[in-house]
Design a protein around this ligand. Structure first.
Ligand code: NAP
Ligand code: MG
Length: 519
């Protein structure tokens, strides 16, 4: 019997000893920058002539590592290797597969700050955000290990049938292509991979182009636990080339993707086409973007609401699918709340994230992101009133720093109120009353997270029924879902609502086999 699952504790950086430990980890990790990393297919390290580099968005000249770049031929080989490894791995008892995850979780816990420190450098995360990312990765492994054992033999759920002995088994699917984004560059790939593998599948991980280093370290952690060759293959390279080809490969059985709406739609369509020689319909688990809103009415605790909006909007520079990018305030408290939100956001400190624990915002992920976000900021000056920020923050080493930026009196159908910006940009929208506010909140093609601040029971219950998002929060921020407590995934163009970190997630990576024997 495993001990009961619990969320991994977050580090309290107010303690000087925690700060010292983190600083030491940063130093250790910095001593290892600039190395070369191979592809790994079937346990074999493979060098390539072409490379991708991973750089530090806070100091773009700093090359953190050079990574082999997979080609179409590697993509073919990786799927082949996973297909071969699957034949053995699927026969390994589920308890044994679960133990791989538990050992990997323990190993990650021992080196927690090192993993977090890599994300400070590679993704521009603050210490607090990086620590939460690593903690979530540990949670996923601990949680899915237990869930896999729970679901594998579900015979006890069946109704007895006279004269027969029955069985219900959740068996694996086959080869999965795992394609994560860069924004939770440890938690998301760890969750997606560990779910696929503990359920008995074999996988190819195609890490996001911006964060191959942390993805490599995560794979290495699994391999070090003695995972059979080919069960997890590591293949960096352009998603639109090698990702697309693996999705089309007839040996691929499922695709597990988290990323943008645009790419999710492309994968959905590509995977739908049955290729010559393919003998199944591919399963797709596609988690996509958001345009999440926090709705505040005139009965709410306004200080709590303002703090919740600011934390949700600007944590990790607004680069969360769950980030609050629309704050909808009812008219009676709009002005007062706008002042409070701007006042709190103004105090946030934008700085080099490796400097110290107290930095609130680091850089955005890369130059492309910076340009896209600046384009929206320019648009925002026509669509609303600029209340804070708006200009890049220049630093000596040329990092991609943007300040918290807020636009007031934005129309609900403005582009900056409809399109995912994925940066530290918040739009404030004025609603006549609660009813209109709820309609505005629901008025996008997304449906990922949302929050309501109100003390009126009838209004909260109205939102419980009619606020159409996968993750709804009352009187708290709309980011920070915890594994096991807040199963995560969205509606409509936010994706297939897989509910990562929830009790049903592993079912997506299995198929049920019902067996009846006449007695
Ligand atoms: P992205 O541009 O869609 O990329 C995600 C992954 O897809 C990357 O590994 C990328 O590889 C790969 N890719 C790109 N084009 C592809 C193609 N044609 N076929 C197959 N794979 C392809 O997203 P991102 O910029 O990394 O991440 C930000 C997005 O993720 C936001 O929209 C955010 O809301 C969303 N997100 C959603 C959730 C959720 O749970 N719903 C969680 C986190 C993030 P390359 O890097 O090589 O292009
Ligand atoms: Mg991208």
């Amino acid at each position: 019997m495993l001990p009961e699952y619990r969320n991994e504790a977050l580090t309290d950086f107010r303690k000087p000893e925690a700060q010292n430990a983190f600083r030491e980890a940063l130093e250790r990790v910095k001593a290892s920058i600039g190395r070369s990393y191979p592809l790994v297919i079937n346990g074999e390290a493979i060098e390539t002539s072409d490379h991708i580099t991973s750089t530090n968005p806070a100091r773009p000249q700093e090359v953190l590592g050079t990574f082999a770049k997979g080609t179409l031929a590697h993509a073919e080989r990786a799927v082949e290797a996973a297909a071969a490894a699957f034949e053995g791995w699927k026969r390994v008892p589920v308890e044994e597969r679960a133990r791989f995850l538990l050992r990997a979780a323990a190993a990650m816990r021992r080196r927690k700050h090192e993993f977090s420190a890599i994300m400070v450098l590679e993704a521009g995360k603050t210490w607090v955000e990086a620590d939460a990312d690593t903690s979530e990765a540990i949670d996923f492994m601990e949680y899915y290990a237990r869930q896999a054992v729970r679901i594998a033999d579900s015979t006890s759920l069946l109704t007895q049938y006279p004269g027969e002995q029955l069985g219900l088994y959740y068996i694996p699917l086959g080869v999965g292509i795992v394609i994560p984004p860069w924004n939770f560059p440890l938690a998301i790939p760890t969750g997606m991979l560990s779910a696929a593998v503990v359920a008995g599948n074999a996988a190819v991980l195609k890490p996001a182009g911006q964060t191959p280093w942390i993805a490599y370290e995560m794979c290495r952690l699994f391999w070090e636990q003695g995972l059979p060759d080919g069960v997890i293959n590591y293949l960096p390279g352009p998603g639109s080339v090698i990702g697309a080809s693996m999705i089309e490969n007839p040996q691929t059985r499922f695709i597990s993707f988290t990323g943008s709406r645009e790419v999710g739609i492309d994968i959905f369509q590509r995977a739908a086409k049955v290729q010559p020689g393919q003998i199944w319909l591919k399963r797709t688990v596609l988690e996509m973007g958001g345009k999440d809103a926090i709705l505040v009415d005139e009965t709410a605790d306004l200080d709590a609401a303002a703090a919740g909006v600011v934390a949700s909007a600007f944590g990790f520079q607004g680069q969360k699918c769950s980030a609050c990018s629309r704050a909808i305030f009812v008219d009676g408290v709009y002005d007062q709340l706008a002042d409070k939100v701007v006042g709190l956001a103004r105090k946030l400190r934008v700085d080099m994230p490796d400097k110290e624990a107290g930095v609130d915002l680091g850089p955005v992920i890369d130059l492309n992101a910076m340009k896209t976000i600046m384009g929206y900021i320019e648009l925002g000056t026509q669509e609303g009133k600029l209340l804070l920020g708006g200009e890049p923050v220049s630093t000596p080493e040329g990092g991609y720093f943007l300040p918290p930026t807020i636009f007031g009196d934005v129309a609900p159908d403005a582009r900056i109120a409809q399109e995912e910006i994925f940066g530290p940009v918040l739009t404030l929208i004025r609603a006549r009353d609660y009813e209109e506010g709820l309609a505005i909140a629901n008025g996008t093609e997304y449906g990922l997270t949302g929050a309501v601040y109100s003390t009126r029971r009838d209004r909260l219950e109205r939102a419980r029924a009619d606020y159409h998002v996968g993750n709804l929060y009352f009187n708290r921020k709309c980011t920070g879902a915890m594994v096991g407590a807040h199963p995560f995934g969205g509606f409509n163009m936010s994706g297939t609502d897989s509910k990562a970190g929830g009790p049903d997630y592993l079912l997506l990576f299995t198929q049920a086999k019902s067996v009846a024997e006449k007695l």
